[in-house]
Design a protein. Structure first.
Length: 233
């Protein structure tokens, strides 16, 4: 069952992984970021969101901004240890000058997208209509598990349910956006070599990025399946 969600924000940043130091955004929202927004509104272990289409409603505009960022990050092993013990310090002091850096970022400004997606049921006997109606009701009321954001948590997204066809894009013509992050493929991991722990199962997983060649036609990007031949490692 297809759902359509309109999201907008003053700023957005979908960071290109090849930029190691200073953030540079992709031209448009990535499928993985769109999935994260849907999961912020409604998610259950029994379903998996699949993004089919992205509608870019406004022209692509960039701006530059300097942001305070941390030089280090909390190790995954420390987070796992704190989860296991139920205690531990997992933070940084904001006034630590040695760990705080000011970096430039190339952001998107004044963005609006329509996410067109569906969900796949995983070992769930409940009727699909149930999940559809719950998502619709939550989206219409503005309910979410956590505030959805566009790439970075500093850029919260306003969202609303779209009934029927999405608004027409201001963008006309065909545009090759190059290779873009599609999503991560998760596979079981063993021992200490893992990237994350699944919250509801406790299973250790490897996360491998997958990319696809994004083409936008009249503001619409068709997203291939994660397992499709158009998606590469």
């Amino acid at each position: 069952m297809t759902v359509r969600l309109l999201v907008r924000s003053e700023f957005a940043c979908f960071t290109r992984p090849e930029m190691k130091v200073e953030r540079v955004s992709y031209d448009v929202i990535t499928p993985s970021a769109a999935r994260g927004i849907l999961e912020a509104v409604y998610w259950k272990p029994e379903i998996r969101w699949v993004v089919d289409r992205l509608h870019v409603l406004k022209p692509i505009r960039f701006t530059n901004l300097r942001r305070n960022e941390m030089k280090q990050k909390i190790p995954a092993t420390s987070a796992a240890s704190a989860m296991k013990k139920g205690t531990g310090f997992l933070g940084f002091y904001v006034d630590d000058g040695d760990n705080r850096q000011q970096r430039a970022a190339t952001l998107l400004r004044d963005v609006a997208y329509v996410i067109e997606a569906r969900f796949e049921q995983l070992n769930d006997s409940a009727p699909p209509q149930k999940h559809y109606e719950i998502f619709k009701r939550r989206a219409q009321k503005g309910q979410c598990f956590h505030t959805p954001y566009l790439g970075c948590r500093e850029f919260p997204a306003q969202f609303e349910w779209i009934e029927g066809n999405p608004p027409r894009s201001e963008i006309v013509g065909r545009q090759d956006l190059g290779y873009m992050l599609h999503d991560f493929e998760y596979t079981p991991a063993k021992g200490k070599d893992y990237d994350l722990i699944e919250s509801h199962t406790g299973q250790k997983l490897h996360a491998s990025p997958r990319f696809f060649r994004a083409e936008m036609i009249d503001g619409v990007i068709n997203v291939p399946p994660l397992s499709g031949k158009e998606v590469h490692q």
